[in-house]
Design a protein around this ligand. Structure first.
Ligand SMILES: Nc1ncnc2c1ncn2[C@@H]1O[C@H](COP(=O)(O)OP(=O)(O)OP(=O)(O)O)[C@@H](O)[C@H]1O
Ligand SMILES: [Mg+2]
Length: 233
């Protein structure tokens, strides 16, 4: 699950996706490679909370320790490349691959949430880690062998943001299987036109429209399940 930027609702939508699959009786899990801006409990600065994983677990009823669903957790609310550098814990591809393989083994339907938008550095060239320089979210998506869904805010700006995201993914050889419009208002003429416009401009279907405060993804569980696994959509 990627998005047109940070805070567009990737976590909110991921929670509803995992919930929907679990309601359908499917073995659904959640994994996030890198999270920055982790919260801490009041008065307990050492107890960090991977907020995204906690919210997905709460929304979907996943009974795992939420922090265990994230490979790298940083307190600094910056891009993963910067947070990891400042906190002195660089992101290593080998660790991501090992964690992803373990999650994939455990869950048949694994929802993986990216960080930020589609252009998100995990590591920049300034220093080498295990002999490599730059590592981007798109490198991780490719190494995992995943297709993506794009979460976008339904309002003004969606045409530009979704089209740029879809084209960038395509340029990196990543298939976007669907678009999910978040904070969708049925009666808003911009929102409904945005659906038509992004489908026409990208050739990618809008597969769900999620209203503000939604407790359900609003699509059939089997339909959603069809987006998991490569090339089955
Ligand atoms: N449909 C919605 N209804 C109500 N609140 C929402 C909805 N979508 C998102 N939010 C809220 O907006 C905020 C940002 O959403 P969310 O955390 O899902 O974004 P994100 O894309 O996952 O951000 P990040 O890049 O930090 O991972 C959260 O407080 C979330 O609860
Ligand atoms: Mg999130």
């Amino acid at each position: 699950v990627t998005g047109t930027g940070t805070d567009v609702g990737k976590t909110y939508v991921s929670g509803l996706m995992v919930k929907k699959l679990r309601e359908r009786g499917l073995g659904a899990g959640y994994y996030k490679p890198a999270l920055s801006g982790a919260e801490t409990l009041p008065g307990e600065p050492d107890k960090i909370i991977a907020g995204d994983a906690w919210r997905v677990a709460a929304a979907s009823g996943l009974d795992r320790d939420p922090n265990s669903l994230v490979s790298y957790i940083y307190k600094i609310p910056a891009s993963p490349h910067l947070a990891s550098r400042l906190e002195g814990r660089p992101i290593e591809m080998e660790r991501l691959l090992a964690d992803f393989a373990a999650f994939r083994e455990r869950f048949e339907f694994l929802t993986v949430e990216g960080s930020g938008g589609i252009v998100c550095p995990f590591h920049m060239d300034e220093e080498e880690v295990n002999g490599r320089g730059r590592l981007m979210l798109t490198d991780v998506i490719s190494a995992f062998g995943l297709d993506v869904l794009i979460v976008a805010d339904s309002g003004l700006g969606a045409i530009n943001a979704v089209t740029l995201t879809a084209e960038y993914a395509r340029a990196k050889g990543i298939t976007a299987k669907g678009i999910i419009f978040n904070r969708y208002e049925e009666s808003n003429f911009i929102h409904s036109d945005n659906v038509r416009a992004v489908e026409a401009l990208t050739g990618i279907p809008v597969i769900a429209r999620v209203p503000g405060g939604a407790s359900d993804l609003g699509v059939d569980g089997d339909y959603l399940a069809g987006f998991y696994g490569r090339g089955n959509a």
